[in-house]
Design a protein around this ligand. Sequence first.
Ligand SMILES: Nc1ncnc2c1ncn2[C@@H]1O[C@H](COP(=O)(O)OP(=O)(O)OP(=O)(O)O)[C@@H](O)[C@H]1O
Length: 268
Amino acid sequence: MNPARGNGETIITVRGLKNGFGDQLVHDGLDLDVRRGEILGVVGGSGTGKSVLMRSIIGLQPPLAGDISVFGEATIGLEEHEATEIRKRWGILFQGGALFSTLTVSENVQVPIKEFYPGLDGALLEEIAAYKVVMTGLPPDAGPKFPAELSGGMKKRAGLARALALDPELLFLDEPTAGLDPIGAAAFDELTASLQKTLGLTVFLITHDLDTLYAICDRVAVLADKRVIAVGTIDELLALDHPWIQEYFKGPRGRAAVASAERAQART
Ligand SMILES: Nc1ncnc2c1ncn2[C@@H]1O[C@H](COP(=O)(O)OP(=O)(O)OP(=O)(O)O)[C@@H](O)[C@H]1O
């Protein structure tokens, strides 16, 4: 944890967000600030609206009410060309990777590049994709492979390579370590932290993985009761007496994550 990081500018601001489906209200008066340069973990029970929040921020879920700004610009109700300019500046790893199964890894990485820069020639696209593939720790020969030929961890890395295709400032990760074994998950966390540092990224990271929170998140936002009930370092959250927060961080899995973070600290 490095709470000092990200103390400057706010890169995402959400105010009074309201989302719902039919009779079900998912968010009601949700506020959140994400600071430039931080890795913000977003946690909450299943169905509390973490993915819906991410979808609202990236413009895939028009909210019932509220204001959202990213990079200092309001993102709701933008003209298509204005939205495109903003979308170029972020990358997204959706839950499960969401790779196109009929395209190779290299072709998957090229999808956003072709979308935003349709004029680039094939050789340059190949070159950019090859660079992104290697950057995410995949072997160079992963480029021509299809997703079905990859392990779960490799698929996540390929999804990350695609999310980084346009050199984003802001990265959205939706449960990136779900389905990975603990060693694969720890390796993915290390990759995220190292890319954040090297590329100066801001990371909005939805997770259920306590190890990830302890290992790489600067702050954690907790979703409950249709809003963000608290944001802070894990120590700051532990000082609160909200029952979900206490149960989450101090339950058996929370204690195991602390022990594992302490072991990792002792090794460095
Ligand atoms: N397109 C949709 N239509 C109807 N209901 C939806 C839609 N998208 C999400 N919901 C509902 O909104 C609620 C919040 O969903 P969301 O996927 O954001 O939860 P989550 O916190 O990400 O959960 P999990 O941790 O299980 O992934 C859920 O009850 C879900 O069923």
